[in-house]
Design a protein around this ligand. Structure first.
Ligand code: RIB
Length: 305
């Protein structure tokens, strides 16, 4: 069973000619509403590959229409949403601009996500057969507590260090590394995490190796068109290429990678195969607008055929 402890958002997305900088306004013809939140995205990506009833989401939404739809959407995608709890805070909402190259800028109004509690994970859910998936859009202390409990129950912990918080301390990263089996980051997150624990590197590969050694874990870096790199604690490298595509929207590509990777780990697939499948899934996602819309079903992934 894959357990995702994390955020659920509604994404309001505008396609813009250029992502505005401070003090700038741009006009977009319209906007679209999509389901999002890194936690929910990763749960949906995993469920589309692993199949129904293999993924459970743990998180919080508001007592509002966005919350209703976010829960319905999870269920429609085969995710068990019984542990998504309603609170008085509004459902999280992300304001996203996507430019003509498919790149994005995102502001998240966290709302109910900041009430998420590790206490929502009942002890009987945590055992050696689970893969717990975490990100950085719920309170760090709660995610850490969830990871500690999963680790002490001999579960597998995947931590996607995204988005990197403004104030990421040495203590936070040290604590996170101590309970994580697979740290999933992009190039910038790898360098930021390494810097937070006093390791200065010029490139993400060296940063990944430093993090893997420091945490005695496997660090996986997603590097867009350059594919993915995994470095194990002993410094062994494995790589997978990214299929060549012309992206329409990269929003949720990282989440698709994480969800696919969790699904593959849950099936006991080798690290190399998990990297290849996850790279393909993330590339396929980028062919459609919206975080979850393009997330592939298992049958669409050629490297799983
Ligand atoms: O990773 C993409 C996600 O980040 C979006 O769906 C948005 O909700 C933000 O959480």
């Amino acid at each position: 069973m894959i357990l995702v402890f994390g955020s659920l958002n509604l994404d309001l997305v505008a396609e813009v000619p250029i992502i505005p900088g401070p003090g700038r306004t741009v006009l977009a013809p319209s906007y679209q509403t999509h389901f999002g939140g890194k936690g929910a995205n990763q749960a949906v990506a995993a469920a589309r590959i692993a199949g129904p009833k293999r993924v459970r989401m743990v998180g919080r939404v508001g007592r509002d229409g966005f919350g209703d739809s976010a829960i319905e959407n999870l269920r429609a995608n085969g995710v068990d949403a019984d542990l998504v709890i309603r609170t008085d805070e509004p459902t999280g909402c992300a304001f996203i601009t996507v430019d003509q190259a498919g790149e994005n800028a995102i502001t998240v109004a966290s709302g109910a996500n900041m009430t998420a509690s590790a206490g929502d994970l009942a002890a009987e859910l945590l055992h050696s057969g689970i893969v717990l998936v975490l990100q950085m859009e719920v309170p760090f202390a709660q995610a850490l507590e969830a990871a500690r409990r999963a680790a002490s129950a001999s579960g597998t912990v995947i931590w996607n260090l995204a988005p990197v918080p403004d104030k990421m301390t040495r203590e936070m990263v040290t604590a996170l590394l101590a309970v994580t089996d697979y740290l999933l980051v992009n190039e910038h997150e790898a360098l930021d995490a390494a810097a937070a624990i006093g390791l200065a590197f010029a490139d993400y590969e060296a940063a990944a190796a430093g993090l893997a050694r420091a945490g005695n874990l496997t660090c996986i870096v997603t590097a867009g068109a350059q594919g993915a790199l995994a470095v194990t604690a002993d410094g062994t490298r494995q790589r997978a290429p990214a299929p060549r595509i012309t992206p329409v929207d990269t929003t949720g590509a990282g989440d698709t990678f994480v969800g696919a990777f969790a699904a593959m780990l849950g099936e006991g697939m080798s690290l190399q195969r998990a990297l290849e499948v996850s790279c393909e899934a993330a590339a396929l996602k980028c062919l459609k607008a919206g975080a979850q819309t393009g997330m592939p079903m298992r049958s669409a992934i050629g490297s799983l055929a």
